[in-house]
Design a protein around this ligand. Structure first.
Ligand SMILES: *Cc1c(COP(=O)(O)O)cnc(C)c1O
Length: 235
């Protein structure tokens, strides 16, 4: 790795390119740029990179493992950032996550929603929850099945300390992302019939952000295109 100056220049150039892609996708979809929030996914990268992103004007960062995120959020305390938790979440990590996360994108079962509510109330915090939807039948990736979504949405909307923000999904492997995101858009519409405020749609990563924006994504979660390819890690 080079000097901090080099890294700042590298991330700056990447950010410019990502911004251009988002702007082009918004324009193609007839949407305003302000309708889409860039969430920089900083997992596996150091707090120094988060600091650089903040200096470049990024205000939303995402992490997927509590162990790593908790330390990083503490190291970055004082920066004007919203922290998004985007990974699968075990109930025994909820207390830690609620201490720093403003938005949790991976709420996919009532027990988890109850645990987040309990800790949010205890901490006197308000946590925005997105319901992660399974767009295929792969149980390993998390996500509530569309059939179980209405009950989960009602539970989150009624729970203390929680705000039902909307929905989130990861495009299934082996399917054209645009088709999957079109299903998510339909699901978002049905959630909003009962919960008009739940307008957030978290979809799109480095490889498929344009398709996501075309389908109404309000939050794109971008890691690789901003910070580079992650080294594989062993859990
Ligand atoms: C890592 C991750 C991302 C970012 O993916 P890239 O392809 O690196 O942009 C987005 N969403 C979730 C849930 C992730 O875990």
């Amino acid at each position: 790795m080079g000097s901090g100056v080099d890294r700042t220049a590298e991330i700056g150039a990447n950010l410019k390119a990502v911004e251009a892609r988002i702007a082009a996708a918004c324009q193609a979809a007839g949407r305003g740029r302000a309708e889409v929030t860039l969430v920089a996914v900083t997992k596996t990268y150091p707090a120094e990179d988060v600091r650089i992103l903040a200096g470049l004007g990024v205000r939303d960062v995402g992490e997927n493992r509590d162990q790593e995120a908790a330390v990083k959020a503490r190291e970055c305390a004082g920066l004007p950032l919203r922290w998004h938790f985007v990974g699968q979440l075990q109930t025994n990590k909820v207390r830690s996550v609620v201490a720093y996360a403003d938005v949790i994108h991976s709420v996919d079962r009532p027990r988890l929603a109850e645990a987040i509510s309990r800790e949010a109330v205890r901490a006197g915090r308000e946590v925005t929850c997105l319901l992660q939807v399974a767009l295929d039948d792969d149980p390993g990736r998390g996500g509530v099945r569309p059939a179980d979504l209405p009950a989960l949405a009602d539970a989150v909307a009624a729970a203390g300390g929680l705000v039902l923000g909307g929905v989130m999904a990861v495009a299934p492997l082996g399917e054209e992302p645009g088709k999957a995101f079109a299903r998510l858009a339909e699901i978002s519409r049905s959630v909003r019939e009962r919960h008009p405020g739940a307008a957030m749609v978290s979809a799109g990563m480095s490889g498929d952000l344009s398709e996501a924006v075309a389908c109404g994504a309000t939050h794109v979660r971008i890691g690789t295109a901003l910070l580079g390819r992650r080294k594989p890690f062993v859990r």
